[in-house]
Write a protein that binds this ligand. Structure first.
Ligand SMILES: C[S@@+](CC[C@H](N)C(=O)[O-])C[C@H]1O[C@@H](n2cnc3c(N)ncnc32)[C@H](O)[C@@H]1O
Ligand SMILES: *[C@@H]1O[C@H](CO)[C@@H](O)[C@H](O)[C@H]1NC(C)=O
Length: 242
């Protein structure tokens, strides 16, 4: 079975060879401009189906209120700002994303959610948040981002660095399925193509293992099946306390 899976995967890799070449010579750069539009549109249907889950998760934000002043939140890979409506009134938000072309869509979401205070949009990868001070935030939020980062552990370390002691990392991510399932099989077989459709998205990651290994003091993590296209159904939802 594994051998068959690897053979299929290899076949897909050969089929996507033109895309690999195009990427290596920089021909796919235009997709970075187009992708924010895709994400912005996708967010409406995603949020429609995940609204209850998001609301339930983000109810826990108030547990991390600082003794004085508003809750300070940083979003890693904020994209077009898909979570703002779930943040309590008066929160202070720093947005970060490596793709500067999200700015217009992000500003649309900010305009719709004027119950929050927007501090800054920093163009940066989650692996390197050097513009942000140590221990300066109550909450870091990361939704549908760890599937496309270069180094998950570095992102988690950076999140821990910028969080104050007792602050929390909130996440919603799609992850690898159970290895005995067909979903797992197709996640691996379709991955070489999916990578290009999803701007570097990897459906085969066991992200919960990184969260378990990152040295948080408390980890609230649930595996759920979200109502989407089968290869991105398996999700993890929760938060980890520094
Ligand atoms: C599918 S979108 C999700 C956007 C948003 N968080 C949401 O929930 O709708 C993935 C986002 O991750 C960003 N991203 C890709 N690589 C990243 C990295 N290394 N660090 C931080 N964000 C990254 C992309 O630019 C994009 O905004
Ligand atoms: C967050 O809080 C609510 C109720 O306050 C709870 O039902 C939920 O399971 C909590 N945790 C997560 C990970 O959503």
């Amino acid at each position: 079975m594994t051998l068959f899976m690897h053979a299929c995967c290899f076949f897909l890799k050969i089929l996507t060879l033109p895309l690999q070449v195009a990427e290596s010579v920089g021909l796919l750069a235009f997709y970075k401009r187009f992708f924010p539009f895709v994400v912005y549109r996708m967010t409406f249907s995603y949020n429609g189906k995940m609204n209850d889950k998001k609301r339930e998760l983000f109810l826990n934000l108030t547990k991390f209120n600082p003794p004085d002043g508003p809750l300070r939140i940083l979003e890693v890979g904020c994209g077009s700002g898909a979570n703002f409506e779930h943040y309590p009134t008066g929160c202070k938000i720093i947005c970060t994303d490596p793709n500067p072309h999200f700015r217009n869509y992000l500003e649309k979401s900010m305009a719709k959610n004027d119950h929050l205070i927007y501090d800054n949009f920093i163009v940066a990868s989650g692996e390197n948040l050097q513009a942000v001070e140590d221990n300066s935030l109550d909450v870091v939020v990361c939704t549908l981002v760890l599937c496309s980062v270069k180094n998950t552990l570095n992102v988690l370390q950076e999140a821990k660095r910028v969080l104050r002691p007792g602050g929390a990392f909130f996440f919603i991510e799609h992850v690898a399925s159970d290895p005995s399932s067909w979903t797992y099989f197709f996640q691996h077989v379709l991955q070489p193509l999916w990578y290009y459709v999803g701007d570097g998205c990897d459906t085969t990651r066991t992200t919960w293992k990184h969260l378990e290994a990152a040295g948080f003091s408390d980890l609230q993590l649930r595996h759920i099946q979200a109502p989407f296209f089968f290869i991105i159904r398996p999700h993890i939802v929760g938060y980890a306390v520094k």
